[in-house]
Design a protein around this ligand. Structure first.
Ligand code: GLC
Length: 659
């Protein structure tokens, strides 16, 4: 049995070894455990046994293993295909190593995978070459066979803040009630457990395209809504299942992108088996069937951000401490930090590699990716266990963080003063201490910007390349720079001042515009490739996306501007339910429901619910944002200051980027 769309990804590699492929037999059931927790109590968090999709003893000491041929996706019939979770004792780090093989004798693991006819060894390079984890020999773990329902009594108080508990539901408004009902309807089950939410549940949708999939980025607000309501199970399942998908080998026309890439989305498929039975499999899309074959660079970054949020909100840090989860973080980080030809510390990507997942002229170093990258670097540094195996990576993360924040704060920032400087730039400067490092021609400053930039406030531009500044205002990148502290505290406040000053353009009738302004005429034709969905002031090209409300709310609360968040939430509240929760709005002020907008769009609903909860309990927001890290500003590895011959450009400019 083979699905045409699966052909490209039937051969998988498992860097964690021994881990069963993500499928389960449909005929055995696992009860869905509702995992509630209560953050009101402040006593110590205790580890607890978790049951996933079945329980049996698992062994971790398999270095090589082979899959026997079968008629399915080239996967073993000998594995029961269950996913397991080990018992995790609270005080012992890395006990949950049941899926881990770190074999010291070699830096490479050979994994033999049989795919139908051909047998081919896949060589998976180990990422942590110098790593030896204590206690791994004893990592054979009995998974408790009794089903343990984890509820709020099992998990005692954590970060001293309270979440919306079930008994507070009565206070919900009608619109929130409907939102929750729709969000619950969007939940996707896999082997009896919730694993995510579909992108949209539009009843009138005759052509769902891929909106019936669980998108990694779309699930983030759903996850936060559930977490803030005290439900962690779905988020935990999501994080673990997507972690497994990360290790699939994927190819686009026989080329494999880097290991560690997270899919853009996945779907649960039911596959008939020979004997009138069926099994469920997770079918990921790494971009190989996505429109435009875009690489979902943001997925792995969101995954790391969500992993931290899960720990922070539930207090269950055992998940991030698991060795397979630690390896997952490292794979993503290694992929992002791998050397290339790039001259900048920002991450180089192709067009459409994030929320704007089609051609919009955002190839190169788009702000959204940089903000997520910075955030994921910081979250990883916080979550990675420091040991011999991780120290080099952590050092690389610190260096990159410091270089990246300098680069963005210094070169992406524009306000009245900076635009005036650019306006007077000299060009063709060949030297190490050029002012106009990227050779920006002042003629590039668009005329709309000269009129538009307010006296107060400023923002981070959309992209920076040699001789190219993309002056468009991209909302998500700017908001996430605030949330993650990529911008300086002063810049972060100034971004909100600009949004306030330009309220009609960025918020208008519906928060918030994805980017400003729209590409029109020739620019639209050349830059979007005449995309009929991205016509001016529609969809990604200046459309308004209600999901962005949650990032805005978070940014406002962080900067002490809850008043702005309240105003935006009130606006959304007036229309979202009446308009049936559309994906996006069109026109320069966001007046009309988007031309091709899906209704009952899950991240619209979840973004609203999350924003409402954050506005009601702003103290919760602090679990989700990152404060300025002053130590980072001190790091500089260029060594120039020590040699004394030349001055380090960053050292010289430090006064500007500090606060
Ligand atoms: C569109 C959006 C993308 C989103 C997907 C599912 O492709 O551009 O950001 O993840 O729809 O909602």
């Amino acid at each position: 049995m083979r699905f045409p769309s699966q052909i490209h990804i039937t051969r998988r590699r498992f860097p964690f070894s021994g881990i069963p492929p993500p499928k389960c037999h449909h005929h055995h059931h696992a009860a869905s455990n509702v995992f509630l927790f209560n953050l009101n109590q402040t006593s110590q968090f205790h580890g607890y046994p978790f049951r996933f999709l079945g329980s049996r003893p698992v062994s971790s000491n398999t270095q090589k293993f082979s899959f026997l041929p079968n008629s399915g996706f080239g996967l073993s019939g000998t594995f029961s295909g269950r996913i397991f979770e080990s018992f995790v004792a609270p005080a012992v780090r890395y006990l949950s190593t049941s899926v881990e093989t770190r074999v010291n004798e070699t830096n490479f693991q050979k994994i033999y995978v049989q795919n139908g006819i051909d047998v081919k060894p896949l060589v998976v390079e180990r990422i942590d070459k110098d790593e030896g984890i204590a206690g791994e020999k004893d990592s054979r773990i009995e998974v408790p066979s009794d089903d343990k329902v984890v509820n709020k009594e099992d998990i005692e108080g954590i970060n001293g803040v309270s979440v919306t508990k079930s008994n507070e539901k009565e206070e919900q408004s009608e619109i929130e009630k409907e939102g929750w009902r729709l969000l619950e309807n969007a939940v996707v089950m896999y082997c009896g457990s919730p694993v995510g939410t579909v992108a949209a549940n539009d009843p009138g949708d005759k052509q769902p395209l891929n909106y019936d999939q669980v998108f990694i980025r779309d699930f983030v607000p759903s996850a936060l809504a559930f977490l803030l309501r005290g439900e962690g199970e779905i988020v935990r399942n999501f994080l673990l299942h997507t972690l497994q998908l990360q290790s699939w080998e994927k190819t686009v026309d026989c080329y494999s992108p880097g290991q560690g890439l997270m899919p853009a989305s996945f779907k649960v498929r039911t596959v008939p088996l020979d004997d009138n039975k069926s099994e469920e499999v997770l079918d990921p899309d790494f971009g190989e069937s996505a429109i435009g074959r875009v690489a979902p660079v943001d997925s792995g970054l969101w995954w790391i951000i969500l992993l931290r949020a899960y720990g922070k909100i539930t207090g269950d840090y055992t998940l991030q401490e698991r060795v397979d989860v630690q390896t997952g973080i490292k794979l993503i980080m290694n992929l992002c930090l791998s050397d290339g030809f790039d001259m900048f510390p920002s991450l180089l990507v192709t067009d459409g590699s994030c929320m704007i997942d089609r051609r919009m002229g955002i190839h190169g170093h788009p702000l959204e990716i940089q903000a997520l990258f910075y955030s994921a670097l910081r979250c990883s540094r916080e979550m990675l266990a420091l040991n011999d195996g991780s120290k080099n990576l952590v050092r690389a993360i610190n260096n990159r963080l410091s270089a990246l924040s300098f680069h963005i704060r210094q070169y992406y920032w524009v306000d009245m003063k900076k635009i005036n400087e650019i306006y007077r730039y000299k060009t063709e400067e060949y030297s190490l201490d050029a002012t106009n490092k990227f050779n920006i021609y002042p003629e590039q400053i668009p005329s709309w910007l000269m009129d538009w930039i307010p006296e107060e406030g400023g923002y981070l531009i959309g992209n920076l390349q040699p001789a190219h500044m993309d002056f468009r205002f991209f909302t998500l990148g700017n908001l996430w720079s605030i949330v993650s502290s990529l911008g300086t505290p002063k810049q972060n406040s100034a971004i909100l001042n600009l949004i306030e000053a330009k309220w009609d353009d960025i918020v208008g009738h519906m928060p918030l515009k994805i980017c400003y302004p729209a590409l029109e005429y020739e620019e639209w034709r050349i830059i979007t490739g005449s995309d009929p969905k991205n016509t001016p002031w529609s969809y990604h090209n200046g459309g308004s996306w209600p999901t962005l409300l949650w990032q805005f709310t978070l940014a406002c609360i962080k900067m002490g501007r809850i008043d702005l968040a309240q105003k935006a939430v009130a606006l959304a509240e007036k229309r979202l339910q009446v308009d049936r929760w559309p994906e996006y709005y069109d026109t320069p002020t966001g007046k009309f429901i988007g031309k091709q907008a899906r209704l009952n769009q899950t991240w619209t609903i979840a973004g609203f619910l999350t924003s409402r909860m954050l506005v009601e309990k702003p103290e919760l927001a602090s679990l989700l944002f990152l404060e300025e890290d002053y130590e980072l500003l001190e790091i500089c590895v260029c060594g120039l200051s020590k040699s004394g011959r030349r001055k380090c450009s960053r050292g010289a400019a430090r006064s500007q980027i500090l606060i």
